[in-house]
Design a protein around this ligand. Sequence first.
Ligand SMILES: Nc1ncnc2c1ncn2[C@@H]1O[C@H](COP(=O)(O)OP(=O)(O)O)[C@@H](O)[C@H]1O
Ligand SMILES: [Mg+2]
Length: 364
Amino acid sequence: MISFDKVAKVYADGTTALDQLSLEVPRGRLTVFVGPSGCGKTTALRMINRMVEPTSGTVTVNGTDVADVNPVRLRLGIGYVIQSAGLMPHQRVIDNVATVPVLKGQSRRAARKAAYQVLERVGLSPKVATRYPAQLSGGEQQRVGVARALAADPPILLMDEPFSAVDPVVRHDLQNEILRLQSELRKTVVFVTHDIDEAFRLGDVVAVFAPGGHLQQCDEPAKLLSRPANNFVSKFIGLGRGYRLLQLIDGAGLPLHDITCVTANTLRDKPLPDGWVLVVDDGHAPLGWIDANGLRRHQNGAALSDTVTVVGSVFRPTGNLSQALDAALSSPSSMGVAVDEDGKVIGAVLAADVLAAVTRRRQG
Ligand SMILES: Nc1ncnc2c1ncn2[C@@H]1O[C@H](COP(=O)(O)OP(=O)(O)O)[C@@H](O)[C@H]1O
Ligand SMILES: [Mg+2]
C-alpha cells in the first residue's frame, strides 16, 4: 500500500539521512522501522505524509506518487502520532481530538460527539474530555494523541516513537492498547522505535535500519530472529535473540504436571502435605502458594499461619513458551501455574520442559 522506491534524502547541510531505500509497507499490517538513533527512520516516516521531500526516488501510497498530492489533503487521510503527543496546550482534550474531523468539514457538534467515542476506544474516561493536556499524565496524553490520530478514521497511521517518553509500565499498557486497537481496526500502521523489544512486540513486519540510512533487512519477526541478514542485524537484535524466539513458539504441547491444591477451608481443617501447595478459591482459580514445610501447625497438623506467596504470572496453553517460562521462573515453587480459559488451575509447567521443547523444535 505504501511503497518506497530507491528513495534518498540528503539534507541541506550535506547529511545523508536515507540512502536508496526500497521497501513495501503492506496494507492493514503494522510495520516497524527500528534502528539506532540518527539512521533515518523519522525522515523515512515523514516522507509518507510529505513533511519531508525525497532528494531522489518516489514514495507512493496506493500507487499514487505522494509528490502529486496536495500535502494538506494528503495529511487529512494519514494519522500522525509523535513522542510528545503534540497536543495543542490551550485546547481541551475533546477539541484536540475533534481537530481533524472539523478540518475535514464535520460540524463541531458532530465531531465532538464522535470524539467521545474515540476517547473511549483508546481506554480514556469521558472525564478527561474537558481537561487541558497539562492536566493529564504522560500516558494519558499519549492516548489522547492516538485518539486524535484515529478521530478522522484514516486508513494510514504513522507513529514516531510515541511511547518513548513514558515509564516502562505505562509503555507496556500502551503497547497492549495498540495491539488491541489494531486487531479491531486493521489500519496500515508505520511505527518508528529505537527499541528492539517494542519492535518485536508490535510488528507484523520489522524493518531494521543502520546509520547512514541503509535498510538492512525487512522481514517478519520470526525470520529476523532465525535468519538475520548480516552482522549488524544480529548484533542489533542483541543478546536477547534466543530468548525472544521463545515468544514465537506456542506452548500448547507442554506437559502439565500435578499440583497439590487446597481451598482456604481445607487449609484450616486438614493436615497439609509437605512442600509447596497451591491455595485456590471455590472456583479453582489460583490464590497463592504456601510452603507447608515452613508453617507452624496445630497439633492436628492444620496450618496456623496462612502466609500466602502470590502466584507469579500464570500460563494459558494458548500462550507461548516465553509466558510458560516466565510462569515457572516467577513462581516460588518453580512450578508455573497453568490455567484454562476460565482461569481454573489445570496443572503446572516446568522450566526444564520449556527448554526441552525449544531443543526439540530446533532439531525438528
Ligand atoms: N532537518 C534536518 N537537517 C539536517 N539534518 C537532519 C535534519 N533532520 C534530520 N537530520 C539528520 O539526518 C539523520 C537522520 O535523522 P532522523 O531521520 O531523524 O533519524 P532517526 O529518526 O532514525 O533518529 C541524522 O543524522 C539527523 O541528524
Ligand atoms: Mg526519529
